[in-house]
Write a protein that binds this ligand. Structure first.
Ligand code: ZN
Length: 425
């Protein structure tokens, strides 16, 4: 962590006093939230694979905004991308220095949005902010402007009050979260390793529940398997001349349920606690009723506890398939459509989870719980690199939907949680 030029007056308030002042200030920032959100909503930042020109204009705006707020050092980490006019996808990092500058609480948000979708489903222009009491509406207000704004409000409150956080408070705003992440967080982590330390705390406020209680710390591995069962087609009036792939396929679908017994471990972080193996999509076979189908194709969606290797799942599925091949005379072909090995969990008793949990209890008055989810999140990029990351925010859950909305009150309460983490890490 380079030394910040800015020297804070830093009256040595005891943490309780400092926190009270921060809460009082943050409670009064509704106008600042609306002001910043209205600017962000008016600058669409769509990635090139969403037919957009990238995040540069929004990053330029944020640079100026952060500069005006008093952030002295703002680092640009530009990932080259020839598909956009400026030739790169911007990522920003800035921070305020803590009393102990050897550790940093990083809050990671993303600049890009998804397209508005069918305009007929919107009751207002997606790129013009609508304010309705505590609710604001527009594309991106929840995903992920709310968290950009919370993190900026939290850091700005420290600067305005001249209070120094216990550890550094760092803000990162990345590109490309919605379209694959190649030019975003992993690029930042790999090209600017010097910014990060193993003891740093990482909060990714990009997923959460409206009651604030879900702290995401773990993921299941994912496997999508395409299974093709090859029999022999014939006329349905003379079934013995063929091999009915639909019958063999049906038997296999039922047999695959044995995977649950072969991989029985459970982890209470997750709901459901065990691995899941679900037959899902089924391709059409013959178009007419009087033909025995010679080929049947179905898919298996697997969400697997990270203790198990994906290759073991595939091997066991094939072994079960061998029994079907022998009993029905079919040949079965397997194709991996998608696989992602889960990152190691963030320890539920690690400092970042405990600090976040304390802050949520204090600010929201609820009892948060570390939990796992059935799919991948951006935090995996951090966890794979050995950093402790937790995903949390207080969200209505309207991301990617028409009339996307966000709560001003929750934006400021989340900012208070972030501030408290920086005071009491
Ligand atoms: Zn998001």
């Amino acid at each position: 962590m380079p030394d910040a030029d800015r020297v804070h007056p830093a009256p040595r308030l005891i943490p309780g006093q400092a926190m009270r002042k921060l809460i009082q200030l943050l409670e009064k920032q509704s106008d600042a939230v609306v002001d910043l959100q209205s600017k962000l909503v008016s600058i669409p930042a769509l990635g090139p694979s969403n037919a957009g020109s990238g995040e540069q204009a929004k990053a330029e705006f944020m640079h100026k905004y952060l500069n005006d707020c008093g952030f002295q050092e703002i680092i640009h980490i530009n990932a080259p991308d020839e598909r956009v006019e400026c030739g790169y996808r911007p990522n920003l990092a800035t921070w305020i220095q803590g009393q102990d500058s050897s550790r940093t609480l990083w809050i990671i948000s993303h600049l890009d949005i998804v397209p508005p979708g069918d305009p007929a489903l919107w009751q207002s222009d997606p790129y013009t902010l609508v304010v309705d009491g505590d609710t604001i509406i527009g594309r991106g207000v929840e995903d992920n402007h709310q968290s950009i704004v919370s993190s900026v409000m939290a850091a700005r409150a420290f600067m305005e009050l001249g209070i120094q956080p216990q550890i550094n408070l760092g803000l990162i705003m990345v590109s490309d979260e919605e379209t694959g992440n190649d030019y975003g967080l992993p690029y930042v982590l790999d090209t600017r390793k010097d910014l990060f330390k193993k003891d740093d705390l990482f909060l990714v406020p990009d997923f959460g529940t409206s009651d604030s209680t879900m702290m995401e710390v773990a993921e299941k591995s994912m496997l999508w398997l395409k299974i093709s069962v090859q029999g022999r087609q014939c006329h349905a009036s003379t079934p013995v001349k063929g091999i009915n792939s639909l019958v063999a396929s049906s038997a296999f679908i039922l047999k695959l349920d044995e995977l649950h017994m072969l991989f029985p471990r459970e982890n209470d972080l997750f709901s459901p606690p065990g691995s899941t193996f679900c037959p899902t999509k089924k391709e059409a076979n013959v178009p007419n009723i009087n033909t025995i189908p010679g080929m049947d194709v179905f898919y298996l969606d697997c969400r697997i506890l990270s203790d198990y290797a994906i290759t073991d799942i595939i091997d066991r599925a094939r072994e079960l398939g061998t029994v079907i091949e022998q009993n029905y005379g079919v040949h079965i072909h397997y194709e991996v459509v998608y696989q992602q090995q889960a990152a190691p969990h963030t320890d539920p008793s690690s400092p970042v989870v405990r600090s976040l949990g304390r802050a949520i209890e204090k600010i929201y008055g609820v009892h948060p719980r570390p939990q796992g989810v059935g799919g991948g999140t951006v935090a995996a990029f951090l966890r794979h690199r050995g950093y402790s990351a937790v995903v949390w925010a207080t969200l209505e859950g309207t991301a990617h939907q028409p009339n996307e909305r966000s709560s001003i009150r929750n934006t400021l309460k989340d900012a208070q949680v972030m501030a408290m983490m920086a005071i009491n890490p």
